[in-house]
Design a protein around this ligand. Structure first.
Ligand SMILES: [Cu+2]
Length: 119
């Protein structure tokens, strides 16, 4: 009984308020961006990315690698590897949650493909 009496003035105050006070939806819950990159290795030459691959911190990196030779791609720092086979595109997906600059290397060829820069 006491509770019901206390609620009545509150309901009247809300009804007298005009337009509802609703906060417009913000962008703070927007999904992290995704970065798609493709690398092609042919005859020992690397194309598709420059010397630096920029990825925003928190983004998802989807790296597609095509190679004409079997090899192993290694993303240093994140310590992720990707087995490459001729004629079969391989996909490496990682969440770029560690800031810094990390070499992306072909282990068998012994070459640095690019540097992943997360910031
Ligand atoms: Cu390595």
């Amino acid at each position: 009984m006491r509770v019901r009496v206390a609620l009545v003035p509150l309901l009247l105050a809300v009804a007298a308020c005009g337009a509802p006070d609703v906060t417009p939806p913000g962008n703070q819950t927007a999904a992290a961006p995704a970065v798609d990159a493709a690398i092609t290795v042919a005859g020992g030459a690397v194309t598709g990315v420059g010397p630096r691959l920029d990825v925003p911190l928190g983004a998802t990196l989807r790296l597609t690698v095509r190679s004409d030779a079997a090899d192993e791609l290694h993303v240093h720092g994140y310590d992720r590897t990707l087995d490459l086979a001729p004629g079969a595109p391989a996909l490496l997906e990682l969440t770029a949650d560690v800031p810094g600059v990390f070499e992306v290397e072909l282990h068998d060829a012994g070459t640095v493909v690019t540097s992943l820069r997360v910031r």
